[in-house]
Write a protein that binds this ligand. Structure first.
Ligand code: ADP
Length: 194
């Protein structure tokens, strides 16, 4: 099987990966794939949905095998329905991988070409954005401060190490504390040269 071409949208919860992923995914030749959205699409009354909620409501990562399996099924379905064309489209991976073990599993399916690193060193700003999103999007996992803080810890302890894992590849750093328009402009300025 040929591997999917992909860019990774990388950064802490609340850094704006979803906002930018949706904008870039509207361009021809890109397909935005947000792992959190894939999970949220699983009906919460099914046993799978209940297991996912167990982890996400605590701000924990869903186990790697479930995550990769769901992600693969989702892309398979999108290919079948032709919303995603593996030949023509480049994946914009948002929220996956979140640790080294997921990165290794993904390597079997994906050829990562670059990483867009959303930099936001201000924890208060991230917490504030997540609080606002909780209200706007009825996100239960962002409603409690302790869960938000735990998600930020998980990012620092498990996800951040991925930057070294992908170090041989182009890593495009963008300042995520700017306006969404300016962040988008900076990402496009980077990726036009890739
Ligand atoms: P954010 O955009 O704030 O990072 P997401 O919507 O991507 O949040 O993810 C919400 C929750 O879904 C996470 O806290 C986690 O429980 C689960 N999740 C999302 N992506 C993954 C993943 N790659 N591996 C394991 N769990 C994940």
């Amino acid at each position: 099987m040929k591997k999917y071409k992909a860019y990774i949208l990388f950064g802490a919860p609340g850094c704006g990966k979803g906002t930018q992923g949706r904008a870039l995914g509207a361009l021809p030749g890109f397909f935005h794939c947000a792992c959190g959205d894939v999970f949220r699409a699983v009906p919460p009354t099914t046993s799978f949905g209940k297991r996912i909620a167990e982890y996400s409501s605590r701000g924990e990562l869903v186990p790697d095998e479930i995550t990769i399996q769901l992600w693969q099924n989702y892309l398979h379905n999108c290919t079948q329905t032709r919303s995603f064309s593996p030949k023509a489209d480049r994946l914009l991976l948002d929220g996956i991988p979140r640790n080294i073990s997921q990165a290794r599993l993904l390597d079997q399916h994906v050829q990562v070409e670059a990483v867009v690193n959303f930099q936001c060193s201000n924890r208060f700003e991230l917490v504030d954005r997540l609080h606002r999103r909780a209200v706007r999007e009825h996100r239960l996992d962002d409603a409690k401060e302790e869960v938000i803080l735990h998600r930020l810890d998980v990012f620092e302890n498990a996800t951040l190490a991925l930057l070294s894992y992908y170090r041989p590849l182009p890593i495009c750093a963008v300042n995520a504390q700017q306006s969404p328009t300016k962040v988008l402009f900076d990402i496009l300025s980077h990726i036009q040269h890739l």
